[in-house]
Design a protein around this ligand. Structure first.
Ligand code: AMP
Length: 285
């Protein structure tokens, strides 16, 4: 396994693979790997000849008041897990390699997809997805992957990246894999490391809330509001006031009042102790 610390090293590492037209898979992450990340690496290893993992805590997608400095990091462990998962090349650059002095260009998917949920002004704001799409566009240019793998856990991110790839003609397939959960339902997240046992117990309310919404939908209800009410009640029992809890069309991210027909994304974000957690489910379609 090659560990590249710069774009130059990365290009050198991948040169022969490009020449030989091998199928290259990219798994972008912020590190502190868990089974959710590993499921993406496994999928990449199955479908690709060469697997590239990026480990980069991207400052551009954090608000000034967010947890950039305290974001969990353990590169030595990540590299061991990556090697075990069959990763061929790790790109783990310092910030200066990604954003050198004078960096001034951003990539932004405009409109509805980035205005809602995590992109809303009272959530992480429009800068969040600008930071995500800018760094992912740079990774696509540096790696030139055939397939890039993302998790459904960050449903809005996957929709936004798919749109960016389409709009900017990146010749890459965007593969989105299911959310990996702990046995008790908690969606795996690097930020779960912030939770003490009591907070972790309360955090279970997010996945329970989504199950409650699914149950309402499964009982034949055709409106989203009763499903959201059931989810809100579940959160309330744990004393959690969500940052958002919404039902949106899973592709356009426009509000969805009805559960008839197209897939509906039910997405939730909430602060639980020190951790801002997100989770979602897709109903129907
Ligand atoms: P992160 O390191 O949190 O930026 O995540 C890197 C990639 O892993 C993103 O595509 C996430 O959607 C994905 N991911 C994070 N958590 C999970 C999970 N529990 N299940 C599946 N994919 C995940």
């Amino acid at each position: 396994m090659i560990v590249a610390r710069s774009k130059v090293e990365l290009r050198d590492a991948l040169g022969p693979s490009h020449t030989d037209q091998r199928v290259i898979g990219l798994v972008p992450t912020m590190g502190y790997l868990h089974d959710g990340h590993l499921s993406l690496l496994r999928a990449a290893a199955e479908r690709c000849d060469v697997v590239v993992l990026s480990l980069f805590v991207n400052p551009a997608q954090f608000r000034p008041d967010e947890d950039l400095d305290s974001y969990p990091r353990d590169e030595a462990r990540d590299l061991e897990l990556a090697e075990d998962a069959g990763v061929d090349v790790v790109y783990a650059p310092p910030v200066e390699d990604v954003y050198p002095e004078g960096f001034a260009t951003t990539v932004e998917v405009g409109g509805q997809l980035t205005d809602v949920l995590c992109g809303a002004p009272d959530s992480r704001g429009p800068g969040h997805f600008r930071g995500v799409t800018t760094v992912v566009a740079k990774l696509f240019n540096a790696v030139e992957p055939d397939i890039a793998f993302f998790g459904q856990k960050d449903a809005q991110q996957a929709v936004v990246i798919r749109r960016m790839a389409r709009d900017l003609d990146f010749p890459v397939e965007i593969a989105v894999l299911p959310t990996v959960r702990e046995p008790d339902g908690l969606a795996m997240s690097s930020r779960n490391a912030y939770l003490d046992p009591e907070q972790r117990e309360r955090a279970l309310a997010l996945s329970r809330a989504l199950r409650a919404a699914e149950n309402v939908a499964g009982s034949g209800e055709t409106r989203t509001e009763p499903a959201l009410d059931a989810a809100r009640a579940e959160l309330g029992r744990a004393g959690i006031e969500p940052e958002y809890l919404e039902a949106l069309d899973a592709e356009t991210l426009t509000p969805a009042a009805s559960l008839n027909g197209r897939p509906v994304l039910i997405a939730v974000a909430a602060q639980v102790g020190p951790a801002r957690l997100i989770d979602n489910t897709i109903i129907g379609g």
